[in-house]
Design a binder for this molecule. Structure first.
Ligand SMILES: Nc1ncnc2c1ncn2[C@@H]1O[C@H](COP(=O)(O)OP(=O)(O)OP(=O)(O)O)[C@@H](O)[C@H]1O
Length: 580
């Protein structure tokens, strides 16, 4: 009779509390395991080191030489090597973890047992079992609960069984797979190969939706004839551990890395294709931006923080005639007031104490022949506004402490999330500069006004973060999705991106769950715009009003003019639709 001990994966190493992070990663990577049993020197179990322990150490940037002892999970899911075989089905069904630690009679760790191990051994030893129905039921239970994807085909190369994780990975409904020829339903797996080769094989790394996977193809042989095939698709733990390993080696700092890279490189990294959206208004805005790019006029990009204003600036530069020139970013709010002038115009030798002896080039010099992106222009002091206006008018300037006029050919793109008109009224922003900058104005709508984008961006960021983080998240629970759609995203796309990154880092199950979302987001009382009972015509009207308000930054007089209705008419509608 088949026993547990016949199907476990034996261990040929000892991991103790003193094992270092580096050794643990190397082992997990080499063995392709998602759990290491930790023992004392006599092999008595003391805990387990899991994928999430590893994740935590990497995220905390723990040095590679650190012992793993403080990151071990002390609760060990133990299985006796003498467990009767009939209990397998029960264990597969009830165990919450995908991998158990196997101990012998003396409580020594002798191996580990994964659900996939069980399935594979059951398949290979099927002839030994007498009752076919029992085998089938056990097999189905195991397949349903296996962590990896499993598929079986019969002698006609038709699929007879498939596991849920595999369907999830390829995003296929079961009807399109079960009882269909393997070559049509799951062409990427190439299961049909083994009917000819009669030998088991393993694919290289394959990829779908940013998730890397490996396909094992195993022929089922009877009297030298292939009577079926089994495909095993390993993606979850393998992917995560190997990606983490690679990432650690490169000492890569995920998102920050990309951000710094594009900020420092002085080139515009993004094009129109990087501005992801399915919103018709955004599409229009991208077209207007592309048109504006062709000229040399100043462009003013407006919109709330995190809506993608900087992306627009990059894309304009990249699709302009000066795309081979530099793209220089200045965040007007981030530079201390007393340094702003020299940042912009540079300084001559010895212009002030502490200045470098050779002088310094300013952003206008650097951007010559290219584009200067002035982010947060609304935060610039009045004094500097006057100087900027002069450069924009005369296209020449003096360095700080300099006497020679410098001529430059720079295109200005400015961005702000502040209400410049109000600032002009309050005397905080120069009116003449406002008109100079506001030649072409693009108003990027906030995310809450483009609900279809919210859903679309989840999917796109999921693909991107699967690649960056090395995770294999294939979807989102309905409840989590609802919570995210209900939220009003004050931080716009930047916030959505961060929430996705966080949720994908914390997710343990291959799907983003409600619990993976930050608390502040769940506690917010949703804005119930959708509970308003409006007809289709009214809905169109509501949309038009919302768009007009976004376009003019909430200025109701301008919005009414844009819509061709009276101001009081607009106020009435705002009240009706509860927009105010
Ligand atoms: N449509 C979009 N598609 C993909 N990514 C986007 C989109 N809009 C914004 N992002 C991402 O959101 C983040 C914020 O974008 P960006 O810095 O361009 O916003 P911003 O409006 O300039 O913000 P701020 O006003 O705070 O400077 C970036 O990581 C950017 O890549």
């Amino acid at each position: 009779m088949l026993q547990f001990k016949d199907i476990i994966t034996p261990i040929d190493f000892i991991v103790t509390e003193e094992t270092t992070l580096k050794e643990a990663i190397t082992l997990m990577y080499r063995k392709k395991w998602n759990l290491l049993p930790v023992t004392d020197s006599s092999r008595y179990p003391v805990g387990v080191f899991t994928r999430s322990s590893l994740h935590q150490m990497v995220t905390e940037e723990t040095p590679l030489t650190t012992p793993i002892k403080n990151y071990i999970k002390r609760h060990v899911e133990k299985l006796s090597v003498n467990t009767p075989f009939e209990k397998i089905e029960e264990i597969v069904k009830n165990s919450k973890v995908g991998t158990g630690v196997v101990v012998d009679d003396q409580n020594h760790v002798v191996g580990i047992l994964t659900k996939t191990d069980m399935v594979m051994s059951l398949l290979q030893t099927s002839q030994e079992l007498q009752t076919i129905t029992k085998l089938k039921r056990t097999l189905e239970t195991a397949i349903d609960h296996a962590f990896d994807g499993i598929v079986m085909a019969d002698e006609r190369k038709v699929i007879t069984m498939v596991s849920p994780p595999l369907l999830e990975l390829f995003n296929l409904p079961i009807e399109e797979v079960l009882n269909k020829p393997a070559a049509n339903a799951l062409p990427h797996l190439q299961l049909e190969n083994v009917y000819e080769s009669e030998a088991a094989e393993v694919s290289g790394f394959l990829e779908i939706n940013g998730i890397k996977y490996i396909a094992h193809r195993i022929p089922i042989l009877e009297d030298g004839k292939v009577i079926g095939a089994i495909g095993k698709v390993v993606f979850r733990q393998l992917n995560e551990v190997s990606e983490l390993f690679k990432k650690l080696q490169k000492a890569e700092n995920k998102a920050n890395f990309y951000h710094q890279q594009y900020q420092q490189a002085e080139t515009a990294k993004f094009t129109w294709d990087h501005i992801l959206s399915v919103d018709p208004w955004m599409e229009k805005l991208k077209k207007s931006g592309a048109k504006a790019a062709k000229g040399r006029s100043t462009v003013l990009i407006r919109g709330e923080s995190g809506t993608g204003k900087e992306l627009f600036a990059h894309a304009i530069h990249n699709s302009s005639a000066r795309s081979t020139g530099k793209f220089i970013v200045v965040n007007c709010a981030a530079i201390p007031e007393d340094l702003l002038e020299s940042e912009f115009f540079g300084y001559e030798n010895g212009a002030f104490t502490g200045a470098r002896p050779k002088g310094k080039l300013g952003k206008f010099d650097l951007a010559n022949g290219g584009t200067l992106f002035l982010d947060e222009i609304g935060d610039m002091s009045l004094g500097l506004q006057a100087k900027l206006l002069r450069v924009l008018q005369e296209r020449e300037f003096y360095r700080v402490g300099g006497t020679v006029k410098i001529k430059v050919d720079v295109r200005i793109i400015a961005a702000t999330n502040r209400n410049l008109e109000e600032m002009v009224k309050e005397g905080l922003f120069r009116e003449d500069l406002y008109y100079r900058l506001n030649v072409i104005s693009l108003n990027v709508p906030p995310l809450r006004h483009r609900p279809n984008d919210i859903d679309y961006l989840f999917g796109q960021f999921m693909i991107e973060f699967n690649q960056i983080l090395g995770t294999s998240i294939s979807g989102m629970e309905a409840r989590a999705r609802e919570a995210l759609l209900d939220y009003d995203w004050p931080g716009n796309v930047r916030e959505l991106r961060n929430v996705m990154e966080r949720a994908m880092t914390f997710s343990e199950s291959g799907k983003i769950k409600y619990e993976d979302l930050p608390d502040y987001l769940l506690k917010q009382v949703p804005i119930k715009e959708t509970t308003l009972n409006v007809s289709m015509v009214e809905n169109a009207e509501l949309e038009a009003i919302k768009k007009a308000l976004v376009q003019v930054q909430g200025n109701k007089v301008q919005a009414a003019r844009l819509l061709g209705i009276s101001r009081s008419g607009l106020y009435e509608k705002i009240k009706k639709y509860k927009l105010g």
